[in-house]
Design a protein around this ligand. Structure first.
Ligand code: FES
Length: 182
């Protein structure tokens, strides 16, 4: 007489265990899915976030022509570095040019060396002229490349798009390459 009761108890216990297992499986599945979604979102987020272009590639305002010339006058024509845009403003013979800091030999960043009064590449020693970026020595095959420039009247703008450079295949200064004349 007790047996049916026992069977009922056993089957009830089994059912409970089954339910618990199912709940655990469901919880595990939900947890795993949530974790996967979170990781997926974290990976995608940087690509979805549109960043404002401020450095190389942007159109950089460098101040009025008069203010740039005044700075050249007060510094014996020392090139003016723009770190973010990766260029130097140079006081060319007939205007202002923006020279890309990338060495035309193998692409190292070219610094201005005040003690030498010229640009000197730290990698293999190429030297470039202070006012024109023309090669003075070393293995560089051509002058520093130039960024396009324009003058709005209130400011000069340097277009630092590296895909749209003024390339100077022969090692000489050509006044026609100067877009901001003085
Ligand atoms: S990379 Fe500048 S001299 Fe070689």
């Amino acid at each position: 007489m007790i047996r049916p009761h026992d069977e009922t108890a056993t089957s009830a216990g089994g059912l409970l265990a089954k339910l618990k297992r199912r709940q655990l499986l469901r919880l595990g599945f939900l947890g795993g899915t949530t974790l996967a979604l979170t990781e997926f979102t974290a990976i995608l987020l940087p690509f979805l976030h549109v960043q404002k272009l401020t450095g190389l590639g942007a159109k950089v305002q460098v101040g009025s022509k008069e203010s740039v010339l005044a700075k050249f006058r007060s510094t014996n024509d020392t090139p003016i570095l723009n770190i973010e845009g990766r260029f130097f403003l140079l006081h060319a013979p007939n205007g202002i040019i923006a020279a890309y800091r990338k060495c035309t030999h193998l692409g190292c960043t070219v610094p201005w060396v005040p003690s030498q009064d010229m640009f000197q590449c730290p990698c293999h020693g190429s030297q470039f002229h202070k006012k024109t970026g023309v090669v003075l020595g070393g293995p560089a095959p051509k002058p520093l490349q130039l960024f396009h420039m324009s003058d709005t009247g209130s400011t000069l703008i340097v277009d630092t798009n590296p895909l749209n450079l003024i390339d100077r295949p022969s090692n000489e200064f050509n006044s026609a390459d100067v877009e901001v004349k003085v």
